[in-house]
Design a protein. Structure first.
Length: 540
């Protein structure tokens, strides 16, 4: 029997080989393609894991498949909409009566009366907002009046027309030069002719610095697949720049002191790296990154280093003169190629004024856009905006000249002292801890025993408007001149709110604490992203 089975197996095998041999040429082509595709998938998976971590990648993969289950996606969307509606806080109902088209007849001067009525609906920001409005003190009304008059005087101007509005062209050049002088342009170590432009705010300044760095590195090092590396404490404007300008972004965890981790950043540098970033200070915790070490790193790899001084630009130079232990942060540090500094924050200029500075003209030239083939003529523009409000430039110029160095020194003394008082006061509350060692005028604090977001909601009910943070869960207050006379009031309200939350664990305020807490616990960050986008889509 065995002798009859064996020949049958041999014949079957020969038949199979004969059949497969017909497809051998095809297999020779398909096999490498399949191998290549598998390798690409594995490589992409490894890259995603490297970017987001294994846990986040796995969660994202699972959630993608879970949403394919019938009914699951609709359920998730419904639950997500509930959160969006909560975030919206009945915003849609508040739009009842809003205009959707022009009135048939103009209102004339009556429009001013309507504007006054609308203004009364704004929150009482005087003294109780974190950051937001930086002008304050006894002279605030006079400073507001001065800025308003300056802006009104040049409301018709547009520096795009260089030959027409020579006044604001001069104002911009002088604001840039005066800011550069504060930030190291006179230092021997600056290594170039510091130059720059005014922008609409810190985000535009950062966007321009990133765009200029990208194009400069393409010209100098032929980098066509640009990447930049930032600490996780760096401003979200870098994420926006990465999306706008098609740059791969690496966000690196900070060290135990909540500063940029230089060693960790170094591990991410490769042949495509164009830019690394430091902040002085970082927005979340008011802590200055090790700019000197970052400068050395940038020099050694011949890449750009941008320093975000949007908050510190008009504080740190004066704090240093006052004797505060401020580490190097500006163009005096070799390796720093660009800086952003907001005049509309502690520079006490009108909203919509910031500065982007470069170590030399060779880098800044890559900021400009020139068009030679347009039928409308030859065109060149220095910033993202074409037309720009000359009124704001004039307001910034007026603010800086009216205050002078003595004015800024006095204001810096007041807010630095108030910040230290507030920081010490928070440390006296046992349930709270201050995050890191703040270098400037931001004090961030959290808790290991109570829900800090519930504390924030209670403070909001008392009229305070603070900033909720994550990683770790915390809130911060950015001290301005508004807060100088009311630090004790804030500390009293903070202490009372902490005790109420401690005595009543669980949701008690009916505010946004549950939402912030839930967002922090949702493992699928893509879902949190969708929540934010839906919220903004409904809000605009």
């Amino acid at each position: 029997m065995e002798s009859s089975i064996l020949p049958a197996i041999i014949r079957l095998r020969a038949s199979a080989n004969s059949f497969l041999s017909q497809f051998e040429p095809l297999l020779l082509v398909v096999a490498p393609l399949i191998t290549f595709l598998v390798a690409q998938i594995v490589q992409s998976f490894i890259q995603v894991v490297h970017e987001k971590g294994f846990k986040a990648t796995l969660i994202g993969f699972i959630m993608t498949w879970v949403k394919l289950v019938p009914g699951v996606k609709s359920y998730i969307d419904a639950e997500k909409q509930k959160v969006v509606d909560k975030l919206q806080s009945s915003g849609k109902s508040s739009r009842d009566g809003w205009r959707t088209e022009l009135p048939s007849s103009g209102l004339g001067n009556r429009v001013l009366e309507q504007m006054k009525n609308e203004k009364e609906k704004d929150a009482a920001w005087q003294g109780k907002c974190s950051g937001t409005v930086y002008i304050g003190g006894n002279e605030s009304e006079g400073h507001f009046s001065l800025i308003n008059e300056a802006c009104s005087m040049f409301a018709h101007t547009n520096p795009l027309h260089l030959d027409v509005f020579k006044s604001v062209v001069r104002f911009e050049a002088e604001v840039v030069a005066m800011t550069a002088a504060l930030l190291g342009s006179k230092e021997k170590a600056s290594g170039g002719q510091i130059c720059g432009n005014m922008t609409s705010g810190g985000t535009e300044s950062i966007l321009l610095a990133v765009k200029s760095s990208r194009d400069y590195m393409k010209a100098s090092k032929s980098i066509t697949c640009p990447e930049m590396i930032i600490p996780e404490s760096a401003h979200s404007a870098y994420d926006k720049a990465a999306q706008y300008f098609k740059i791969k972004l690496w966000r690196v965890p900070v060290n135990k002191e909540f500063q940029a981790d230089v060693k960790a950043i170094k591990k991410y540098i490769n042949k495509n790296t164009i830019l690394i970033v430091g902040s002085a200070p970082g927005f979340p915790h008011g802590i200055i990154d090790p700019i000197e070490e970052l400068g050395e790193l940038a020099l050694s790899y011949r890449i750009c280093l941008h320093v975000d001084l949007c908050l510190g630009g008009f504080v740190l130079p004066f704090a240093r003169k006052l004797g505060y232990p401020i580490p190097p942060f500006d163009f005096s540090v070799q390796g720093v190629t660009s800086i952003s500094a907001d005049v509309h924050k502690y520079g006490l200029a009108p909203k919509g004024t910031s500065i982007v500075l470069y170590r030399n003209h060779e880098i800044r030239k890559h900021q400009f856009v020139a068009v030679t083939e347009w039928s409308g003529g030859l065109y060149v523009s220095p910033t993202i905006a074409g037309s720009r409000p000359g009124s704001l430039i004039a307001g910034a110029w007026a603010a800086m000249l009216s205050l002078g160095q003595e004015g800024y020194l006095e204001h810096t003394r007041e807010i630095m002292e108030a910040s230290k008082r507030l920081q010490n006061g928070v440390k006296q509350i046992p349930e709270l801890f201050v995050i890191g060692r703040p270098d400037m005028t931001i004090v961030a604090f959290g808790s290991n025993v109570i829900d800090i977001f519930e504390v924030n909601d209670l403070l909001s009910s008392k009229g305070w408007h603070l900033n909720p943070l994550q990683r770790p869960n915390s809130i911060h207050i950015c001290v301005t001149l508004q807060h100088v006379p009311i630090v004790d009031d804030f500390l009293k309200d903070l202490k009372d709110s902490v005790q109420i939350v401690k005595q009543n664990p669980g949701p008690i305020s009916g505010g946004l604490a549950p939402i912030y807490g839930a967002a922090g616990k949702i493992p699928d960050r893509g879902m949190v992203n969708e929540l934010l986008v839906d919220y903004m889509d409904n809000a605009c």
